[in-house]
Design a protein around this ligand. Structure first.
Ligand code: FRU
Length: 488
């Protein structure tokens, strides 16, 4: 099945419609991609696996695709790593993680199969000496439904996160408890093949959605960090406006295999499209996060238009913690791809709309600092044509930053419910100033505000092929400096 998948990709990738293909974000050449998997460092390369169906722009038959990189911007496509070719994973090799141990790269994934009408999710292991060709373990599934504590639905038991410490091997698997909602089950093992349920790593809470997915756990600046993705997390003020939300928490792990959170979870991103993030540690110690830039509940125009592909990753982001909040910055290496700088200083925008020569495009980075001392509001319009635009507006009096893709081009609709195509978040100015780094690619916008204190990540599908950018203010806004680079 792996050979067949690789051959299919080779023979069909030229048929993909490239209208909305990204320029500097990772995408497979053809087919469907969702979550990042097994994001790891092995033998001097960084490995990104991903949920992949090469055959269609739909998630029918999930494999693990694979790419490697040295700098997180240029990716080398590798052979498909896992195919659903065993009885226990015949309905898909779902999400999971990677771990290096004694010179081998291990992948732990969710093996899905059907028993009659019922879907069964269990955890399986694969290993490799070269990081490219994987063997599945003979005793798979290594964590089966028999290992489940009471109350768990075997159809929702997935997304193992594996790591090694002084206790041996640890694996957290997400599960759905009929009463408690999402649960994070910690299993332990000494040999990777026999696992025992140890504890609920984070205490379940029926208020925290119906199911948890895709955990990541790592240490950053003396804190334990947990990332996860939650289905149906109830909306609260500015948070959780999407049906599925990626969240983070900081805390400490006690001797009983439980993580105690310092504070309630926070949302990772205030756009529409950041899900199932995973991280790795770079050789130089930087912690890099990547996520699927898509929402399950939203329509995907490239799928509906028959373009032959669907799915792109976010920019890889460097993580840090500042004042109890997670800070995200675009991976530094992206700066090596900057070209053709256009730069302005001291631009005054006073109750008007202005454009600046050379500030436009759909494969660009824009970096700017705006002094809001005499302004009520300031807006950046992107992908602007006669009929469409994407807007980002800061309102000073209520300290709100609003991203609006309502008129951005092809309409994005949510499957089962009405979801607005704008989002508002609360953000403070720093010394009266708004700092932005905006990454525009063919079908996405990523905004890093106030040095990575807040991010807004969204897909957009412009119809007209003009990529105007303009600025607008109520009152007087001073653009102290604006840099624009072409990225390629
Ligand atoms: C999250 C997810 C995971 C699952 C995978 C299936 O996006 O639903 O929980 O393993 O996608 O592709």
């Amino acid at each position: 099945m792996i050979k067949r998948a690789n051959l299919f990709v080779e023979e069909n990738k030229a048929k993909v419609n490239s209208e909305y293909r990204q320029k500097y974000h990772f995408m497979p050449p053809i087919g469907w991609m969702n979550d990042p998997n097994g994001f790891s460092r092995f033998q001097d390369l960084y490995h990104l696996f991903y949920q992949y169906n090469p055959y269609k722009a739909k998630p029918d038959l999930i494999h693990w695709g694979h790419a490697t990189t040295k700098d997180f911007v240029t990716w080398e496509l590798e052979e498909v790593a896992l195919a659903p070719d065993q009885a226990y994973d015949s309905d898909g090799c779902f999400s999971g993680t990677a771990m290096e141990d004694e010179g081998k790269l291990y992948l732990m994934y969710t093996s899905v199969h059907k028993e009659g009408q019922q879907t069964i999710q269990e955890q399986a292991l694969a290993f490799s000496d070269d990081g490219i060709h994987f063997n599945k373990c003979a005793s798979n599934p290594v964590i089966s439904t028999e290992d489940l504590p009471e109350g768990i639905n075997p159809s929702d038991f997935r997304d193992p996160k594996i790591w090694k410490d002084s206790n041996g091997f640890n694996c957290i698997v997400m599960a759905k408890d009929e009463k408690l909602g999402g649960r994070m089950l910690l299993f332990q093992s000494l040999d990777l093949e026999h696992w025992d349920y140890k504890s609920d790593f984070i205490q379940a809470d029926p208020e925290l959605g119906v199911m948890w997915e895709c955990p990541d756990i790592f240490r950053l600046q003396d804190k334990e960090v947990v990332l996860m993705s939650v289905i149906d997390l109830p909306e609260k003020d500015y948070k959780y406006w999407n049906k599925q939300s990626a969240v983070y928490g900081f805390g400490t792990i006690n001797g009983n295999g439980e993580m105690l959170l310092d504070n309630p979870f926070e949302e990772i991103d205030y756009g529409f499209d950041l899900y199932a993030p995973q991280t790795l540690e770079m050789k130089d110690g930087r912690r890099i996060m990547i996520a699927w830039m898509q929402a399950w509940e939203d329509s995907i125009p490239t799928q509906e238009l028959g373009h032959g592909w669907a799915g792109t990753m976010t920019l890889p982001r460097e993580l840090s913690i500042n004042k109890g909040l997670l800070i995200q910055k675009p991976v530094k290496e992206i700066e090596n791809y900057r070209n053709e700088l256009v730069c302005y200083e001291d631009i005054v925008v006073s109750d008007e709309t202005i454009t600046l020569d050379g500030i436009c495009g759909n494969s660009v980075e824009i970096e700017m600092e705006v002094d809001m001392k005499d302004a009520e509001s300031f807006t950046v319009n992107m992908f602007e044509t006669q009929s469409n635009k994407v807007t980002l507006t800061y309102q000073k009096d209520n300290e709100e930053l609003t991203f609006d893709r309502t008129n951005s081009g092809l309409e994005i609709t949510s499957k089962d419910y009405e979801k607005p195509n704008y989002r508002t978040a609360q953000l403070k100015l720093i010394n009266g100033k708004l700092k932005l780094r905006i990454f525009i690619d063919t079908s996405s916008v990523e905004i890093f505000a106030q040095d990575g204190l807040m991010t807004i990540t969204s897909r957009i599908y412009p119809i007209d092929k003009e990529y105007g950018i303009s600025f607008n203010s109520k009152g007087t806004a001073y653009i102290n400096k604006i840099n624009k680079w072409y990225l390629a």
